[in-house]
Design a protein around this ligand. Structure first.
Ligand code: PLP
Length: 473
């Protein structure tokens, strides 16, 4: 399997060569040259596999330069009930990403039972083990530099803690994350994890990461790496649970299903697109946004119009508060038939704050199965309340965004799987507002906010961050 850049000006590389980096050198995103195709015989063999076997069946197609037995070990130590069995605590269930039926043909696919209680763990835990493996094989080390507004940072830190050859320097906006998220990150004691609280907002943190990464000499000397959502391995890891969800709610491979996906950077739903392109019988991919509706606008009009930070709203589903959807470039690459010149033209304008209009291709967009919708704070509160009253289930505000749009798109004859992307206890304030109760916690998380916290406070200053990295490597 060779990987090519969406902008067409980077050499084709194998999986291990694109694993550690972020963007391709030409500024594009890596994509497999073509998607592996699975027909009925393959799907038949996969039905009935447990999560680890399924993960191996899917991921060995994309990660084909890692020897099969090594990949098998990496997968087996990642997708265990110890790491992903949160919902099953006290029970011995080994069902990774269990499906929960709300009613006939309406299901939740539970993706947030990992260490940080958000779906990002599904890919990040694998990434931690893949990084450690490839670095050891090459005798290399890396310093991961990232910025987070909440879920990505904690997910990356819990995936990389204690890993050999890896240090994590994570920037977060001081005082802007939820108390739970802050405690999750700042209470870590691992020697290879460094939290830097920046006196600024998330965009300031992001700008520092860009400034440091743009210093090519520094980047090379200090082996700066990234784990952001454009990392191809993260997308690939997420493909697996679409297969899992499909098999869980169908009886034979002639049946179609719909998936509804709470979306921000388009990483999660991009994996659904890949699964569909590989031959998984998906009818609709329902893209659900919050008030930050860049994607909903595109799927309704064909206009892609990223917002500036003044027009990026802080909402009660904060992990979807994005101004532009980085992974969206991957879908458009397929949409324009891998025309790299066209991609350079489209993103030439996006990269300088512009927009583009693909209205002429909307029939083709629909043929890929995409539909969309958005919700606001009132919708989320109502959906959380309704779901609790009707089914006795508490869902988090992001999952509520997904369910709200799923209900608008529901076909009573087609199973709909709503991707549950976080657990409600991570967003206590929103749940308290909607239900007037505080979600319960397992013993292991009680008192989390009272643990001693440790972080380095800094101003918005890329040079200071560089100095900190230098003195801690
Ligand atoms: C990151 C995140 C999302 C958005 O996922 P994308 O892959 O960026 O589209 C949705 N919900 C939660 C809880 C998240 O952490």
């Amino acid at each position: 399997m060779k990987y090519i850049s969406t902008r067409g000006n980077s050499p084709a590389l194998s999986f291990s060569d694109i694993l550690l980096g972020g963007l391709a050198p030409d500024g594009g995103l890596y994509m497999p040259k073509s998607y592996p195709q699975l027909g009925n015989p393959e799907l038949k063999a996969m039905r009935g596999m447990d999560y680890r076997d399924l993960a191996f069946a899917v991921l060995s197609l994309f990660m084909d330069d890692i020897p099969a037995e090594d990949l098998r070990d990496i997968i087996d130590k990642t997708y265990t009930s110890e790491i992903f069995g949160f919902a099953c605590e006290g029970q011995s269930s080994d069902d990774i990403t269990p499906v929960f039926m709300l009613e006939k043909n309406l299901h939740l696919l539970s993706l947030s039972n990992g260490p940080t209680l958000a779906f990002k763990d599904m890919a990040m835990q694998l990434l931690g083990n893949l990084f450690e493996y490839v670095l050891a094989k090459r005798g290399e080390t890396t310093n991961i530099l990232g910025a987070t507004s909440g879920d990505t940072g904690s997910s990356a830190e819990y995936a990389m803690r204690g890993k050999k050859g890896i240090r994590v320097f994570m920037l977060s906006p001081k005082g802007k994350m939820s108390r739970f998220q802050t405690a999750q990150m700042y209470s870590l004691k691992d020697k290879n994890i460094f939290n830097i609280a920046v006196n600024g907002v998330f965009d300031d943190c992001q700008d520092i990461v860009k400034a440091v990464s743009n210093d090519a000499k520094f980047k090379k000397a200090y082996k700066i790496g990234a784990v952001n959502s454009i990392n191809w391995a993260r997308v690939a890891a997420q493909v697996v649970y679409y297969f899992k969800g499909y098999f869980a709610v169908t009886k034979n491979n002639g049946e179609q299903v719909d998936f509804a996906v709470p979306s921000g950077n388009f990483g999660n739903v991009c994996a659904g697109h890949v699964a569909r392109m590989m031959g998984l019988p998906i009818r609709h991919l329902v893209v659900a946004t919050n008030e930050n509706d860049v994607l909903d606008e595109f799927f309704k009009t064909g206009v892609y119009r990223p917002r500036d930070s003044a027009h990026t709203f802080h909402t009660s589903s904060p992990s979807m508060d994005i101004s532009k959807a980085s992974n969206f470039e991957r879908f458009v690459f397929d949409l324009v038939g891998h025309d790299a010149a066209k991609m350079r033209e489209l993103w030439g304008s996006v990269d300088i704050g512009g927009e583009f209009d693909l209205e002429g291709l909307m029939k083709k967009v629909a043929a890929y199965g995409f539909v969309s919708g958005s919700s606001n704070h009132e919708d989320r509160m109502k959906t959380i309340r309704d779901t609790y009253e009707k089914y006795g289930v508490a869902i988090d505000p992001h999952t509520a965004d997904g369910l709200k749009v799923a209900l608008e798109q529901l076909d009573p004859n087609v199973p709909m799987l709503v991707l549950e992307t976080a657990l409600p206890l991570k967003f206590e304030d929103a749940i308290k507002e909607a239900l007037d109760v505080v979600p319960g916690r397992p013993k292991s998380l009680q008192g989390l906010e009272k643990l001693p916290q440790r972080c380095e406070v800094m101003d918005v200053d890329a040079e200071a961050v560089k100095k900190f990295i230098v003195s801690h490597t």
